[in-house]
Ligand binder design. Structure first.
Ligand code: GUN
Ligand code: ZN
Length: 423
C-alpha cells in the first residue's frame, strides 16, 4: 500500500471566492495524486493502512504558482535603476550576456529552481536565457530537479546588444528545436517567449504567432508595463492603435498566452484581452520596484473575465515566495483605494486564490494543479504553525499564511515527492 496520509491543517481555494479550511485535516496521496482531502475524523478510518505523517504542527497549502519570472536575472536582483528601460539597458542585458557561459548557466539554473521550491513554488512560467545552448541547459536542470515549468528561450532581434539577438529564422528554428526536445518531457512544457514588442520586430512576433498556431504551444510576453515602454512601443509600431494590437496583429493574443504586468490598458484593450481569454501575470513587487505603476487588480478581478495569476518577475521582483507577491497584491490594492483609485481592496481570499488556483488557471493547468481536488497532482507546501498562533477559522488561517507564511515554509512536494525540506 503506497498511500500516504498527511495529518495537518489544510487550506485551499475551491474557486475565486471560496476557501476551504480544515483545522484537523488529512491529505491522502497515492501515486503522486490526491486520493482524498477532508476531515481527519472520517479520512483516518477510510484509509487504515496508509502511511501516516503526523504534521499537526503545520498547515498544508497547494503548491504555489509563479506565472512570470526570468531565470537569467537571479544574479541581478536588487540592482536598481529606477526605470524599466534604463534597467534593461544598464543591468539586465549585460547580465543576460553572461549566459553564453554554460557552467555559469547551470549553476544559476540550479540556484534559481531550488530557491523557487524553497519558497513553495511548484510551478513556474519562466524565461530562459536568450541563447539556445543556455536555454537547453536550463531545461535539463529543470528536468533533473523535477519542478513543473512552462519555459522558453527569450527571443529578441532588435534594440538589445548584438550578443543577445538572433535573427528571425534562427529564433524560430531554435524555438522549434528546443520545443521538440523538451515539450512534454516530464513536467516540462515549452512556452514560446518573444520578450516584448520593444525588442522583437514585427516579423519575429508574427512568426512566433504562426508557430503557436501550428503547434498549440503556450506563449509568454510582456504587455503595458511602464509609461516609457508604452511610448517606445508606439514609436516602433506607429500604425498600431494600442500596445495590445501589436500582439493581436501577430497572432499572439490567444487563450494560451500569458501577458505580464498589464498596468496600463485601455478599456478597449481589456475587452479584447478578456474576449481572447488571455492570462495576466500580476507582478506587484516588480511594478513598484521599477516604479512602473500600480496595476488595477480589483478592477480586473471585478471584470471577472481574466485568468489572473501572480509573478515574482525575478529580477525586477525580489520575492523568494509567491506568498509575498500575494501579500503585496493586497497591500497595493489598499494604496489604490487610499488614493481614490479603487472602490475596494483585494480580499485575502482573492490574494490566496491568485497564488494558487488563479496561478494554475493562468498557466493553463487548473485541471491538474492549484488545489486539493481529488485526482489532481499532490503539489503541496508545508507551513509550520507558530504555537502562539494556531488558526481555528479560515480567516485566521488566511491571515497567517498571507502575512507570515513565507517565513515558515518547511517543506515543498511535487506529485507527493518532497523536493525540499528545511533542515
Ligand atoms: N520587459 C522586457 N523585458 C523585461 C524584463 O526582463 N523584465 C521586466 N520586468 N520587463 C521587461
Ligand atoms: Zn518580466
Amino acid at each position: 500500500m503506497s498511500e500516504r496520509l498527511y495529518r495537518a491543517a489544510v487550506l485551499h481555494a475551491l474557486d475565486r471566492e471560496r476557501i476551504e479550511f480544515i483545522p484537523d485535516g488529512c491529505l491522502v496521496v497515492d501515486n503522486g495524486r490526491i486520493l482524498a482531502c477532508g476531515d481527519c475524523a472520517t479520512i483516518l478510518s477510510t484509509y487504515p493502512s496508509a502511511q501516516i505523517f503526523d504534521w499537526r504542527d503545520s498547515l498544508l497549502i497547494p503548491g504555489l504558482v509563479d506565472a512570470h519570472a526570468h531565470l537569467p536575472q537571479l544574479g541581478a536582483i536588487g540592482c536598481d535603476r529606477e526605470d524599466l528601460l534604463r534597467w534593461l539597458d544598464e543591468v539586465i542585458f549585460p547580465h543576460e550576456a553572461r549566459f553564453a557561459d554554460i557552467d555559469y548557466t547551470r549553476r544559476i539554473a540550479e540556484a534559481f529552481f531550488r530557491r523557487a521550491i524553497a519558497g513553495g513554488t511548484t510551478t513556474l512560467a519562466v524565461y530562459a536565457p536568450p541563447h539556445e545552448d543556455a536555454a537547453d541547459t536550463c531545461f535539463r536542470v529543470a528536468g533533473q530537479i523535477g519542478i513543473r515549468v512552462l519555459m522558453g528561450m527569450t527571443l529578441m532581434d532588435s534594440n538589445a546588444p548584438a550578443a543577445l539577438l538572433t535573427d528571425v529564422d534562427e529564433a524560430i528554428a531554435a524555438t522549434d528545436r528546443l520545443a521538440s526536445r523538451w515539450h512534454g518531457v516530464g513536467r516540462i512544457q515549452y512556452c514560446i517567449t518573444p520578450r516584448f514588442a520593444g525588442s522583437c520586430s514585427r516579423e519575429l512576433l508574427r512568426r512566433c504567432g504562426d508557430l503557436a498556431k501550428q503547434t498549440g504551444l503556450p506563449i509568454q510576453t510582456h504587455l503595458a508595463e511602464s509609461p516609457a515602454e508604452l511610448r517606445f512601443v508606439s514609436e516602433l509600431f506607429p500604425d498600431c492603435p494600442d500596445y495590445t494590437s501589436v500582439y493581436e496583429r501577430a497572432g499572439l493574443i490567444t487563450d494560451r498566452t500569458i501577458v505580464a504586468h498589464c498596468v496600463y490598458l485601455s478599456s478597449s484593450e481589456l475587452d479584447r484581452l478578456g474576449t481572447a481569454n488571455v492570462a495576466i501575470a500580476h507582478c506587484p513587487l516588480s511594478n513598484v520596484y521599477l516604479q512602473s505603476g500600480l496595476m488595477p487588480l480589483v478592477e480586473y478581478l471585478d471584470r471577472a473575465v481574466f485568468r489572473i495569476g501572480l509573478g515574482t518577475d525575478i529580477g525586477a521582483g525580489y520575492a523568494a515566495s509567491i506568498l509575498d507577491e500575494a501579500r503585496a497584491a493586497r497591500e497595493q490594492s489598499k494604496v489604490r483605494r487610499m488614493f481614490g483609485l479603487a472602490t475596494r481592496i483585494a480580499t485575502m481570499e482573492e490574494a490566496f486564490y491568485l497564488a494558487t488556483l488563479g496561478g494554475a488557471t493562468a498557466v493553463g493547468l487548473a485541471d491538474t494543479i492549484g488545489n486539493f481536488a481529488v485526482g489532481k497532482y499532490a503539489d503541496f507546501v508545508r507551513i509550520e504553525i507558530p504555537p502562539y498562533r494556531v488558526p481555528t477559522t479560515a480567516q485566521q488561517a488566511l491571515e497567517l499564511v498571507l502575512y507570515t507564511g513565507s517565513d515558515n515554509i518547511v517543506a515543498t512536494a511535487i506529485e507527493g515527492e518532497l523536493l525540499w525540506q528545511r533542515v
